[in-house]
Write a protein that binds this ligand. Structure first.
Ligand SMILES: Cc1cc2nc3c(=O)[nH]c(=O)nc-3n(C[C@H](O)[C@H](O)[C@H](O)COP(=O)(O)O)c2cc1C
Length: 246
């Protein structure tokens, strides 16, 4: 999946089935990402709301020669896979569901993880996307860090580059809570009422969006500089194709 070689594509993925706190924080992060360089950076937002993602069937058809990385299930997966592959950076923003990510996001991650190596006919492509994660839940210690950790571990597994939190605001990615409120506008409302915990997660999301984008730009310049050396290893093929100046 190649970009135009010049714009930097930052993909935001909201893992919630509704428009709510996850999409609010994602927008905050994407706005900060765009702010880094309005000419170079293109932000794109994807929401799981209303989408259909079936679970991996474990059929391993994606590994068969004739399918080569194509998932046997046809649903919204293929579209998001293509967005993910075309992005230089990915920011996940998700609610905590039972101390982890929602099932529909897990369905995407399982199928993405199992199909994309074969898709490129490579054992372990250096995807090197810069990945950030935002998680919020209803409760203060509701599993936000575990949720972020899962997403960042998956980034490492797929040869991507995770971005940490920013000092005291958030130790891993950006984590927040709704103050035990169920409403989808809880964090926004609390931020507008200058409540400290909401301010903290909004600042953390802004910082995450900015740093994910800065790192993706740094990485892209580095890859362009080292293109000849990296090209000796096929595993760099997909990312070199994306960062090459057209
Ligand atoms: C099925 C389900 C499981 C949940 N599990 C947790 C949990 O483990 N910890 C937590 O703090 N909040 C949990 N929540 C609350 C949501 O994380 C919270 O309402 C969040 O703000 C929803 O985000 P959204 O507005 O982006 O949809 C759960 C909600 C649902 C529907």
């Amino acid at each position: 999946m190649s970009g135009n070689g010049n714009e930097l594509r930052v993909l935001g993925i909201s893992g919630s089935p509704r428009v709510g706190n996850s999409s609010y924080l994602l927008n905050v992060a994407l706005e900060a990402a765009a702010e880094v360089n309005r000419e170079l950076v293109r932000v794109e937002s994807y929401s799981f709301r209303g989408k259909n993602f079936g679970p991996c069937l474990g059929c391993f058809k994606c590994s068969q020669e004739k399918h080569m990385g194509e998932c046997a299930i046809k649903d919204d997966f293929q579209h998001l896979r293509d967005l993910w592959l075309g992005a230089d950076a990915v920011i996940y923003s998700t609610p905590v569901y039972h101390v982890s990510i929602p099932g529909q996001l897990k369905c995407f991650i399982d199928r993405l993880g199992n199909t994309i190596n074969k898709y490129y006919r490579l054992t372990s492509p250096r995807f090197m996307k810069v990945v950030g994660a935002i998680a919020q839940g209803m409760h203060l210690f509701g599993g936000q860090e575990l949720t972020i950790n899962f997403l960042l571990q998956h980034a490492v597994l797929k040869n991507c580059i995770p971005v940490s939190g920013d000092g005291w605001q958030s130790y891993l990615g950006a984590a927040g809570w709704t103050g035990a409120k169920r409403e989808g506008n809880s964090i926004k409302r609390q931020f507008e009422s200058t409540e400290t915990d909401a301010e903290v997660v909004v600042q953390a999301a802004e910082s995450l969006g900015r740093r994910v984008t800065e790192l993706a730009l740094i990485l892209r310049q580095g890859l362009r500089h080292l293109e000849d050396a990296c090209a000796l290893d096929d595993a760099y093929g997909p990312i070199l194709e994306r960062v090459r100046v057209s």
